[in-house]
Design a protein around this ligand. Structure first.
Ligand code: HEM
Length: 339
C-alpha cells in the first residue's frame, strides 16, 4: 500500500528529473521569430552583414557554418566558442581543433550592428545560428535553378542565451576528430540528440570549405593505424592527388570538394561514395547501413531534398544544450562575458 502511495510521487520525480536533464538539450524555449517584438530587424541585420562579406568573398560561408557546429558540440549552442581566453582560463577558441576556425569578424560585425539597433537583446549564440543559415543559403548555387523561391533554406529557431564558461579541454574532448570511426561518430552525435541520419546529413556541410593538409595527411601515409599502408578507405589515386597538393609545412589547404568549395550541393556525397571523401570520418559514412543509405539516396534525389533534410538536422543541432529564459545572459561583446 505504502509502495502504491509512493509511486505517483516517484514517477513525478523521475519525470521531473528527466525533463530537467533533457529540457535544455531538447531546445525548450526556442522558437522561430523569437525577436519579432524585441528586435524585429534582428534577422535582417545578420543577413545583411553576412551578405556584405559574402559578396566580397564567398569562401566566408564555410567558416561561418563550422562555427555554429563547433559552438553546439561543446557545452551546447551557448556562444562559448566565441569567448576569449583569460589569464586563468584557456578558452575553446584556443583548443587545438579550433585553431582553424575563422569568420569571428563577421559575428562581431553583426553583433556591433545589433547592439546599435537593439542593445542587449540578441544573443551571440543566436547570431551564430542565424549566420550559419544565411551563409549556407547564400552558398546554395542551386537555389535559383531549383526554383526555391524562399529567401532562406530553413527557418532558424532563436531565443538562445549566452553562457559564461568556455574551456579548451571540453572542446578537445567533445569535438569529433577527422580520424574517428563510425561508432565513435555515432556515439558523439547521439550525445547531442542527433541520430545516424543527422550524422550523414550534417556531414554534407563538407560540401563547402577547405581543410589544412595536417587535418587528414596521416591517412595518406604508410603507417596509418600502425599496420603499414595508407587508410584503405581512401581511393589510392585520390591519395596520390592529395599528396601532390600538400606541400611540406603547415599552411597548405585543399578544397573539401575539388573545384566546388563555395557551392553548397550534393557533390560531397558523390565523392564519399567513390572513396574520395577528404577525412576518414567522411569515408566512415559508408560503414553503417543508415549513413551509407543516405549517401546513396542523395545521389538519386534532387538537391532540394538534401536542402530540406539539412535544414531539419541543423534545427535539431541548434537545440543542443541551449540556455533559455533566465539562464545565461545576452553578451554585449561576443568575446567577453558581461561584468
Ligand atoms: C562528422 C564529424 C566531423 C568532423 C570529424 C569534422 C572535421 C573537420 C575538419 C578536420 C575540418 C578541416 C579543418 C582544417 O584543417 O582547416 C573541417 C572543416 C569544416 N567542417 Fe567539419 N567535421 C565534422 C562535421 C561537420 C559538421 C556537422 C559541420 C557543419 C554542420 C561541419 C562543417 C565544416 C565546414 C563548413 C568546414 C570547412 C571550414 C572552412 O573552410 O574554413 N563539419 N571539419
Amino acid at each position: 500500500m505504502a509502495l502504491i502511495k509512493l509511486l505517483p510521487r516517484c514517477l513525478f520525480q523521475v519525470a521531473f528529473s528527466i525533463s530537467f536533464l533533457l529540457g535544455p538539450t531538447l531546445g525548450g524555449g526556442l522558437k522561430v521569430r523569437f525577436y519579432d517584438k524585441s528586435c524585429p530587424q534582428a534577422e535582417a541585420i545578420v543577413r545583411d552583414t553576412v551578405n556584405s562579406y559574402f559578396s566580397q568573398d564567398p569562401t566566408v560561408s564555410a567558416p561561418l557554418l563550422r562555427l555554429h557546429f563547433h559552438d553546439c558540440f561543446v557545452r551546447g549552442c551557448d556562444g562559448s566558442v566565441l569567448l576569449n581566453s583569460t589569464r586563468t582560463n584557456k578558452a575553446e577558441k584556443d583548443a587545438k581543433p579550433n585553431q582553424t576556425l575563422d569568420g569571428f569578424y563577421v559575428i562581431d560585425a553583426a553583433k556591433a550592428a545589433l547592439e546599435k539597433a537593439c542593445p542587449a537583446t540578441v544573443s551571440c549564440a543566436d547570431i551564430l545560428a542565424l549566420a550559419a543559415r544565411d551563409a549556407v543559403s547564400l552558398a546554395t548555387g542551386f537555389r535559383k535553378k531549383m526554383n526555391l523561391t524562399k529567401e532562406n533554406l530553413y527557418q532558424v529557431e532563436t531565443g538562445r542565451r549566452d553562457g559564461f564558461l568556455s574551456k579548451a579541454t571540453e572542446a578537445e574532448a567533445h569535438l569529433p576528430s577527422s580520424d574517428d570511426n563510425i561508432a565513435i561518430l555515432k556515439a558523439n552525435f547521439a550525445s547531442k540528440g542527433l541520430d545516424s541520419r543527422d550524422l550523414a546529413i550534417l556531414s554534407g556541410a563538407h560540401a563547402i570549405g577547405t581543410s589544412h593538409c595536417f587535418s587528414f595527411e596521416k591517412r595518406l601515409h604508410h603507417h596509418y593505424n600502425g599496420r603499414g599502408g595508407a587508410d584503405p578507405t581512401v581511393h589510392p589515386r585520390y591519395a596520390v592527388e592529395l599528396l601532390e597538393k600538400c606541400r611540406p609545412g603547415n599552411s597548405t589547404v585543399v578544397e573539401m570538394v575539388p573545384g566546388s568549395s563555395t557551392t553548397f550541393d550534393t557533390k560531397y556525397y558523390e565523392l564519399v561514395a567513390r572513396r574520395r571523401g577528404l577525412f576518414h570520418s567522411d569515408a566512415a559514412l559508408m560503414e553503417d547501413e543508415v549513413t551509407r543509405g543516405y549517401v546513396y539516396s542523395s545521389l538519386k534525389l534532387p538537391a532540394s531534398s538534401f536542402f530540406v533534410d539539412f535544414g531539419e538536422s541543423m534545427i535539431k543541432m541548434g537545440k543542443a544544450g541551449v540556455l533559455t529564459g533566465k539562464s545565461g545572459e545576452i553578451r554585449k561583446n561576443c568575446a567577453l562575458v558581461n561584468h
